[in-house]
Design a protein around this ligand. Structure first.
Ligand code: HMG
Ligand code: MG
Length: 301
């Protein structure tokens, strides 16, 4: 029997690098993008079309997009917060536009300077323009379990936002545990509230690993038939508007889990681990991926 597939959305070059103190050149970002695509990743975020005053690290996303290799089956994804972002994204060659809002009002104000209702209103034109241009629309909801400003977020608050994003015409919803506070029981409660509105094939889980619970949370979501997961090579990541948010769950750690559980990813774990090691050395940071570090170390022995 062919193993069941899981899809990984690689977010390290966006979620990861948007939070690094040092900016990485578009040339280097394109080089890392190509290495991820050579390793077999088929959905990769290349950056964001957001205000450079808010997130300077994502400047040059247009240049990254000009430099990357296009491959059959590769989906190139970018974040778009408003009409200006849409205009810039449509001038580049991308497949998926990702709009983003939150289940917490305070977080949304700090992140995109508007209320949740205003963001949904703004997205109407973004989604319509994107769809007219033949783009896929992904929609992120941040703070699905906890918010750095408002504390615990009820699953019903998340469900209400998901419903509005689906009404807009989003193809996929990614549920973000932005500050990595969730545990499996909370993921089950969240999915119990959201799955009646949004079927599992349209849902993704986006975990940050701040408290070391991300892999357990992904496993909980697997039990609820979720098969799309966001992760970042070498666990890069965070969010400039969420104090204390550390990296996304590492792609290497998820690949190791999926291999062991008998899922098919089409991704070469060794190649991702090598790239993670290379990126950490370039950024002069520790590699938070336990599986990645172990693989590289074992091969050196
Ligand atoms: P604003 O200041 O309210 O925007 O920011 P504005 O419309 O008043 O415009 C102000 C200036 O920004 C103007 O320039 C605009 O042209 C420019 P000026 O006239 O002053 O020279 N501008 C833009 N420039 C480039 N691209 C654009 C754009 N829009 C306006 N798209 C805005 C509102 C949304 C722009 C701002 O708040 C912003 O860019 N925020 C982005 C924040 C961000 O990227 N956060 C991280 C991503 S979300 C995340 O990480 C969570 C996630 O990973 C899931 C999870 O973990 O939960 C997805
Ligand atoms: Mg994130």
């Amino acid at each position: 029997m062919t193993p069941e597939a899981v899809a990984i959305v690689e977010v390290g070059l966006r979620d990861g690098l948007q939070n690094e103190k040092q900016s990485v050149s578009p040339e280097m970002r394109a080089d890392w993008f190509n290495a991820l695509s050579h390793a077999g990743l088929r959905r990769i975020e290349a950056g964001s079309f957001v205000s450079p005053k808010w997130v300077p690290q994502m400047s040059g996303t247009d240049e990254v997009l000009r430099r990357i290799e296009r491959k059959e089956g590769l989906e190139v994804e970018v974040l778009v917060p408003n009409a200006k972002g849409l205009e810039l994204a449509l001038a580049s060659d991308v497949d998926t536009l990702s709009i983003f809002t939150a289940a917490s009002e305070t977080f949304n104000q700090r992140n995109i300077n508007c209320t949740i209702a205003e963001s949904i209103d703004r997205f109407r034109d973004v989604v319509a323009g994107g769809r007219a241009a033949g783009k896929r629309i992904r929609a992120y909801v941040s703070c699905v379990v906890g918010c750095p400003y408002e504390g615990r977020i009820a699953p019903e608050q998340v469900a209400a936002v998901v419903e509005q994003l689906l009404e807009l015409g989003s193809d996929e919803i990614s549920l973000g545990d932005t500050i990595g506070v969730a545990r499996p029981r909370e993921i089950h409660a969240l999915l119990a509230a959201v799955l009646p509105l949004c079927p599992a094939p349209k849902l993704a889980l986006h975990c940050h690993d701040t408290r070391g619970t991300a892999v357990a949370n992904v496993y909980a979501a697997l039990e609820r038939d979720i098969r799309i997961f966001d992760s970042a090579v070498a666990g890069l990541g965070g969010c400039p508007y969420a104090k204390g948010a550390s990296g996304n769950v590492a792609t290497e750690d998820l690949l190791y889990l999926f291999q062991g559980e008998g899922f098919r990813t089409g991704v070469d774990l060794d190649a991702v681990a090598d790239l993670g090691d290379r990126i950490c050395r370039h950024l002069q940071r520790e590699n938070p991926s336990k599986a990645g570090k172990a693989l590289v170390l074992t091969r050196k022995q």
